[in-house]
Design a binder for this molecule. Structure first.
Ligand code: DX5
Ligand code: ZN
Length: 225
């Protein structure tokens, strides 16, 4: 298990009119990854951005791209996201009818692959693929928009998932996304989260670099050591 807490700012919340400066801020900060949210207006009721933006961010980024696909049949676009510079590619369990094949295709392409669970989707839905995963992303809001309120049940869900992961695939990371801030981050880490995605709490703060540093000061507790 990774001992350090990883922080992945969600670029959906950045100021796209000065995207170069925003990428540079993340590059210079203590953040670990760039979290990029791809929405198709079908799987989720919103459209975000596509390949030109991912490629532009990738050309400036000095840290790995963590791409969260909120699109129907994500398997159609794996190779394009690999070419665009993705390091971690996650697909929603609810959006991929042949999930096992999709995960294999991502890993065969030479990058890390993971799955995402909506708030209503049980952990049991991934029991037959858990040993194949590099990461499981627990949604703590319903996907589609930044700036939503955190759903507290995510804490229990992470606790339950931590037990499964420790038993079945201890190297698999647990990521949490939606409404994450300094108010709930320690609780999420104590529950077993390895990677914190945060959008509005970082980019909406007076000092995004300091907000990232604050998240990076949080430590995993004894019970997880
Ligand atoms: C929601 C996205 C999130 C979003 C998080 O569908 O997956 O990554 O940008 O934004 P905040 O941190 O503002 O909830
Ligand atoms: Zn996301």
């Amino acid at each position: 298990m990774v001992k350090e807490v990883l922080v992945a700012p969600s670029m959906l919340a950045c100021d796209f009119s000065k995207i170069g400066e925003e990428v540079e801020m993340v590059n210079k900060s203590e953040a670990d990854w760039f979290h990029l949210d791809i929405m198709d207006g079908v799987f989720v009721p919103n459209i975000s951005f596509g390949f030109p933006v991912v490629e532009a961010i990738g050309s400036l980024a000095t840290k790995p791209l963590d791409v969260h696909l909120m699109i129907e049949k994500p398997e159609r676009y794996i190779s394009k996201f690999v070419k665009a510079g993705t390091s971690y590619l996650t697909v929603h369990v609810e959006a991929s009818p042949h999930l096992h094949r999709t995960i294999q295709e991502i890993k065969d392409a030479g990058i890390k692959g993971g799955v995402v669970l909506n708030p209503h989707t049980p952990i049991s839905s991934i029991e037959n693929v858990v040993s194949d995963l590099d990461m499981v992303l627990i949604m703590s809001v319903n996907p589609g928009f930044g700036g939503q309120s955190f759903i507290p049940n995510a804490v229990n869900k992470i606790q339950m998932l931590r037990q499964v992961i420790d038993q079945e695939n201890p190297n698999c990371l647990i990521e949490v996304d939606g409404g994450v801030s300094m108010k709930n981050a320690q609780q999420l880490i104590d529950a077993g989260a390895d990677v914190l995605v945060a959008g509005s709490s970082i980019f909406g703060s007076q000092d995004p670099t300091a907000e990232i540093s604050a998240l990076k000061t949080l430590k995993k507790g004894q019970k997880l050591a």
